[in-house]
Design a protein around this ligand. Structure first.
Ligand SMILES: N[C@@H](CCC(=O)N[C@@H](CS)C(=O)NCC(=O)O)C(=O)O
Length: 222
């Protein structure tokens, strides 16, 4: 029997679920996956029944309840400490950029909802200024982390794909999905994240989801 369960939303669309799922898998937790298709008539009812916040992701592990992707990231790092860098300077940077992602970049989120089937099609009317500013800030964060701490590997803090990379994995999906303009360093980083085996697995599982789960709300961004 598994040690618990992880409630997630549609893999094609659920950026927060992708974060929770990646942290849980990186920490090696043995949980069953309970997937609630988003934007369906019964979504709210199912999430209310399965998750205390009525949102995904939600983790139950060995009797511990954890909701919200950032809390799940911290819970997983308690079990697998390498999810945050050991060095305090790197750790401070990793936690700060993850928190900034968690609470910010609203313009980007609204204009470019995660849709793993998007395939690089840009926004029809170009990128609004507020979204450009979000992209520039994220590009600067990735570039600084890569330049200062990333030597010896392809990820933000080097060879380990950790919680900071997890925080930005759905952003990578947005940038690649909408063909966002990036610096060479940020583009290389985005491609490294996309190629990570767990990220590749999430994309493959999203690709296999039933077509009935396609939702206008996420497909119609223009
Ligand atoms: N801050 C939360 C946000 C969770 C969230 O909003 N999840 C979305 C799915 S990506 C959700 O459950 N939405 C409910 C719905 O679509 O009905 C976290 O980090 O986990």
């Amino acid at each position: 029997m598994a040690d618990g369960r992880l409630v997630i939303g549609t893999k094609r669309y659920s950026s927060w679920s992708m974060r929770g799922w990646l942290s849980v898998h990186l920490a090696g937790l043995d949980v069953v996956e309970e997937l609630v298709a988003l934007a369906q008539p019964d979504t709210a009812e199912r999430l209310t029944a399965l998750s205390p916040s009525a949102r995904a992701p939600y983790l139950e592990h060995l009797g511990v309840s954890v909701w919200d992707s950032l809390a799940i990231a911290e819970y997983c790092a308690d079990i697998e400490p390498s999810l945050w860098p050991v060095d305090p300077v790197k750790r401070g940077f990793a936690r700060s950029m993850s928190a900034e992602m968690h609470s910010g970049f609203q313009a980007l989120r609204v204009a470019m909802p995660m849709n793993l089937g998007r395939g690089g099609r840009g926004l029809a009317n170009g990128i609004p200024d507020a979204v450009r500013a979000d992209i520039a800030r994220i590009d600067a964060l990735w570039t600084e982390a890569r330049d200062r701490f990333g030597g010896g590997g392809h990820y933000l803090f080097g060879a380990e794909f950790g919680n900071a990379d997890v925080a930005f994995a759905p952003v990578v999906a947005r940038f690649l999905g909408y063909g966002a303009p990036l610096s060479a360093t940020a583009q290389r980083y985005a491609e490294a994240v996309r190629a990570h085996p767990l990220v590749a697995r999430w994309y493959a599982e999203a690709e296999a989801e039933p077509t009935e789960w396609l939702a206008e709300r996420y497909e119609s961004a223009d």
